[in-house]
Design a protein around this ligand. Structure first.
Ligand code: PMP
Length: 368
């Protein structure tokens, strides 16, 4: 089998481990000798039940998920969860309020969606740019809130945020879509964690929700039944047809993570890869500039400008063209922020990151 020459730094859907793709290819037409594809299989068949339960077991093992948490595999993406979280949890207290931290595009969207279903309190002064998390001393929490929400990794702006302490004694909810399984996480600190699969743990179509059991059963009347956690958890994610193939791919990726040392090994690898890129930015004398505060820099998405602090667009185009010539794709920053963004999810290898680092050094030397 010919090795792929393209290095994919895409923000998601993103690179998958080569061995996962090859296994999926091998099994595509005839899964496990049963004569049909996973794509054709009933979601209620014993073969799919095995795929579903082994995927859940692997996830429980990799994250050490306590027994009093339910795991669901749902449709609707991370955006679906922006609605599902308030629809299911904002009614935990009678005033229907929620505290939100807004540190980037995705938490901003989540807070906006939640405001359809209750009162949203953004706990900190509004940020004029998304480069850090405001100091907790500036937060004003609402004592009536049912939940405290934050985005653990802001994919567009490149911020990584770590809150594990209960705020106001209410449930902590976190969107881990873009750093899920990139490191160990103490699930017991959270009421709910959700993550779309298409960055670190598979392909688009499935979103994992991990929720503490006692939080089920509080959905608002208007909650669509497919988003109702109690209904989905009671039916083991099979109330309606789940995204079967995406769950199967996730199972293969989880197996790959396990075989490669689990979340601790992923963390080590991700620290190594991201520091290689940040180190070049740091010593480039301002030629490369990352706007994010050093303490909040994401290990998954590294955004930077080229040429000067606010970016030299012509030089950035040259950078991207040169990268493309070397087989490095999807390095263009999100259209809302411009510049470059290198996404370094689990499947991006050390060699991939090294190739980018080498190119960055050469480009710097040539254009400084
Ligand atoms: N949260 C984060 C952190 C994301 O990066 C994204 C998508 N890039 C979403 C939520 C939305 O996910 P989806 O497109 O699956 O709805």
């Amino acid at each position: 089998m010919e090795q792929k020459q393209t290095i994919n730094f895409g923000p998601g859907p993103a690179k998958l481990p080569q061995s996962v793709l090859l296994q999926a290819q091998k099994e595509l037409v005839n899964y496990n000798g049963i004569g049909i594809s996973v794509l054709e299989m009933s979601h209620r068949s014993s073969d799919f039940s095995k795929i579903l339960s082994s995927t859940e077991s692997l996830l429980r093992e990799l994250l050490n998920i306590p027994d009093n948490y339910k795991v669901m595999f749902l449709q609707g993406g991370g955006s679906g969860q922006f609605s599902a979280v308030p629809l299911n949890l904002i009614g935990l207290k009678e005033d229907n309020c929620a505290d939100y931290i807004v540190t980037g595009t995705w938490s901003e969207r989540a807070a906006k969606e939640a405001a359809k279903y209750g009162k949203v309190n953004i706990v900190h002064p509004k940020l004029d740019k998304y480069t850090k998390i405001p100091d907790p001393s500036s937060w004003t929490l609402n004592p009536s809130s049912s939940l405290f929400y934050y985005g653990c990794n802001e994919t567009v702006h490149g911020g990584g945020y770590n809150i594990t302490r209960k705020q106001n004694g209410v449930v902590l909810v976190s969107d881990m879509s873009s750093n899920f399984l990139s490191r160990p996480v103490d699930v017991s600190k959270f009421g709910l964690i959700f993550a779309g699969a298409q960055k670190n743990v598979g392909c688009a179509g499935v979103t994992v929700v991990i929720v503490r059991e006692d939080l089920l059963g509080h959905a608002l009347n208007e909650c669509p039944i497919v988003l109702d956690y109690k209904v989905q958890a009671t039916n083991n994610s099979l109330y309606n047809t789940p995204p079967c193939f995406s769950i199967y791919i996730m199972g293969l990726v989880l197996e790959w993570i396990k075989n490669n040392g689990g979340t601790a090994a992923m963390e080590k690898l991700n620290k190594h890869k991201s520091s290689m890129i940040y180190d070049i930015i740091n010593v480039s004398n301002g030629f490369y500039a990352c706007p994010v505060d050093v303490a909040c820099r994401s290990r998954m998405n590294v955004p930077f400008r080229v040429g000067k602090k606010e970016g030299d667009e012509a030089l950035e185009k040259k950078f991207l063209d040169g990268a493309l010539k070397r087989g490095m794709i999807s390095l263009k920053g999100h259209r809302s922020v411009g510049g470059i963004r290198a996404s370094l999810y689990n499947a991006v290898t050390l060699e991939d990151a090294q190739a980018l680092a080498t190119y960055m050094k050469e480009f710097l030397k040539e254009h400084q």
